[in-house]
Design a protein around this ligand. Structure first.
Ligand SMILES: [Ca+2]
Ligand SMILES: [Ca+2]
Length: 619
């Protein structure tokens, strides 16, 4: 079949490098026919424009201090098709954490946006207590005394264990991180949980030096129940089923509760327990780009048991991963000062950064040093803004410091965040952070900046351990709005409304897909606790029509195929985080588009002019 490549319009293509839009940088896109581009460029230059980019059918230019209307007024030329603001893109991922300093502002982790938890309100009067069986929680604040202000301690209870000690002292940061993902308070700083301020019961079954046993979990389930919990969240697991343990979770579920546990982090198809019990909802992890996490275990939902002539196989959703939630580089709470984190602002706006070296905090005017291959007295007393390349990170930061610089920002020279260190022979002492290439223009243009590297109460962890409390928090959040539902009904609603990812339909990696809180809410509001007889609203129509696709040309070409359509044309709809594109084309079975290789697209093919469509798929 002949491959046709349709280039989306220039403006659409630019918009496809998805991400958040920043403040206006006085930079504009001017669409112009190529024959007259030279004339228009000359005009733009004459009127004070600085050319940023020259492309087929358009160019981009900066007009300092000019608004869009100003530029439209200035460039009044018949060969110009369109002038529009050139919005800044930060294509780090489909979903991003808020950038900033969590001691000064509240940061929303990406998984909250990805799962729509920010679109549903927790009803505290009917909140469901979540029992967190983990390594305890850090209640005391080591720095200032008093209680850790990231949590609402009036709604947190716990059970201590003679072997592991007090529930309110952390046995390693794991339990505190997990609890923050569920319920970190909405208090203006730090991070925010999926169900901020939700009641918790903490059962400490392991600590930094050891794991618990099946009997511990069976006993813990009873403690959860006795404390009035209706959800159990377990970011733990291991091999081997155990009937005492399974019975404990069966009972909890039969009494109307909901139990969730991690699929495991070995990146294989082994079934972990307790997640592998039918009564326990197994949670996998996805990343900020809607991809499955490489470590997320993917057991089949078919179980074989018995021997010889008595072999039986049984297929049940409960044996495999049921849904996923963001669990790669999850930002959450740590015990006081137990991790390190960087923060950076430029002209007062927070930008993503990575800690390179040297604890400290610096704030002042900026000085752009290029690649900083030598000292420069202009950097004295200032924050050095430095490009990656030519010499080592260490030597760049040393040249900044030896020039009198007080802090350093090293900007990547390829897409994405710069993660680096200054090496074991580090001789510098000023705080140094890495920055993303996508933020270069803003950082170079900024006149002031702050850089902070230091011990932090907030930091990152990755694992199905991070996805599980995400799912538990979302369950609590949505359930509080429909308190008469059972835990099993909440579990069913979560599956029915998850966003399908990976292979079409339920698959072993994603289960039913990525949890979407608002879709869950809408589904329960429309259909009642039992889901009613109507199809879930987000379930794509299906039939004999099929559509799929692949990526070509280094990932930037979207090759789409379909079959079973009877109309002479088909409607193709392409959506991505922050945009959409529609096209009607001949029903000849294939079509290609160019896109951005870093962006995930959802593609739907329909009979032209109808809502009869093949199941949507992602590229
Ligand atoms: Ca299960
Ligand atoms: Ca799937």
């Amino acid at each position: 079949m002949i491959s046709k490549v349709k280039v989306l319009s220039a403006a659409t293509l630019l918009a496809m490098s998805a991400g958040s839009v920043s403040a206006d940088d006085n930079r504009y896109i001017i669409q112009v026919d190529n024959d007259h581009k030279g004339v228009v460029k000359a005009l733009a230059k004459k009127l004070g424009g600085q050319l940023n980019l020259d492309a087929n059918g358009f160019f981009a230019a900066t007009f300092d201090g000019k608004s869009l209307d100003d530029v439209k007024g200035l460039l009044n030329n018949p060969h110009i098709r369109l002038i529009e603001a050139d919005a800044r893109r930060v294509p780090l991922a489909l979903f991003n954490d808020d950038a900033g300093d969590p001691t000064a502002q509240q940061l929303t982790p990406y998984a909250v946006y990805q799962s729509q938890a920010d679109q549903v309100t927790l009803q505290m009067a009917s909140a469901k207590k979540v029992c967190v069986i983990d390594s305890g929680i850090a209640r005391d604040n080591g720095e200032t005394g008093g209680y850790n202000a990231d949590f609402d301690w009036t709604v947190i209870t716990g059970s201590s264990d003679s072997g592991t000690g007090d529930w309110f002292r952390d046995g390693g940061p794991h339990g505190t991180h997990v609890a923050g993902t569920i319920a970190a308070a909405d208090n203006g700083f730090g991070v925010i949980g999926m169900a901020p301020g939700n009641p918790l019961h903490i059962v400490k079954v392991f600590n930094a030096s050891g794991w618990g046993y099946s009997s511990d979990l069976a006993y813990a389930a009873q403690q959860c129940s006795n404390a009035g919990s209706e959800i159990i969240s377990m970011s733990l697991g291991g091999g081997g089923a155990n009937s005492t343990e399974e019975n404990a979770f069966n009972n909890f579920t039969a009494n109307g509760g909901l139990v969730l546990a991690a699929a495991g982090n070995d990146g294989n198809n082994v079934r972990s327990f307790p997640a592998g019990y039918e009564s326990v909802m197994m949670i996998g992890a996805n990343d900020a780009d809607n991809n499955i996490a490489s470590f997320s275990q993917y057991p089949s939902n078919t179980k074989t048991s018995g021997r010889g002539k008595n072999v039986t196989t049984e297929t049940n959703d409960g044996f495999g991963v049921e849904v996923t939630v963001g669990g790669v580089d999850t930002l959450s709470t740590y015990p006081s000062g137990a991790t390190s984190l960087s923060a950076m602002t430029a002209n007062g706006t927070g930008y993503a950064s990575s800690a390179m070296e040297n604890n400290g905090e610096a704030s002042g005017s900026t000085f752009f040093m290029g690649t900083a291959e030598s000292t420069n007295s202009g950097a004295s007393g200032k924050i050095c803004v430095i490009d990656r390349g030519v010499i080592s990170f260490h030597d760049k930061v040393a040249n900044c410091e030896n020039s009198g610089g007080i802090g350093a920002i090293v900007i990547n020279n390829e897409a994405g965040m710069l993660y680096g260190t200054l090496g074991t022979a580090n001789s510098t002492s000023i705080p140094a952070v890495g920055a993303a290439l996508e933020d270069r223009a803003a950082l170079v243009a900024a006149t002031t900046a702050t850089v902070k590297v230091g011990a932090s109460d907030y930091g990152y962890m990755s694992g199905t351990s991070m996805a599980t409390p995400g799912a538990s928090g979302i369950a609590a959040l949505v359930w509080s709005n429909f308190p008469s539902c059972t835990g099993t009904e909440i579990r069913d609603a979560m599956k029915a409304t998850a966003e399908d990812q990976g292979a079409n339909g339920r698959d072993d990696y994603f289960g039913y897909g990525i949890v979407k809180a608002k879709a869950m809410y809408d589904y329960l509001a429309a259909n009642g606790c039992d889901g009613g007889s109507t199809e879930p609203p987000t379930e794509p129509p299906s039939g004999d029509l099929t559509a799929d696709g692949s990526r070509g040309k280094g990932g930037s070409q979207l090759d789409i195929n379909w079959s079973g359509f009877s109309s002479s044309n088909v409607d193709i709809s392409i959506t991505w985080s922050g945009g959409s594109f529609n096209d009607t084309t001949a029903n000849d079975g294939s079509q290609s588009y160019s896109g951005d290789k870093r962006t995930t697209y959802t593609i739907t093919v329909c009979e032209a002019g109808t809502t009869t469509c093949a199941t949507s798929f992602n590229l």
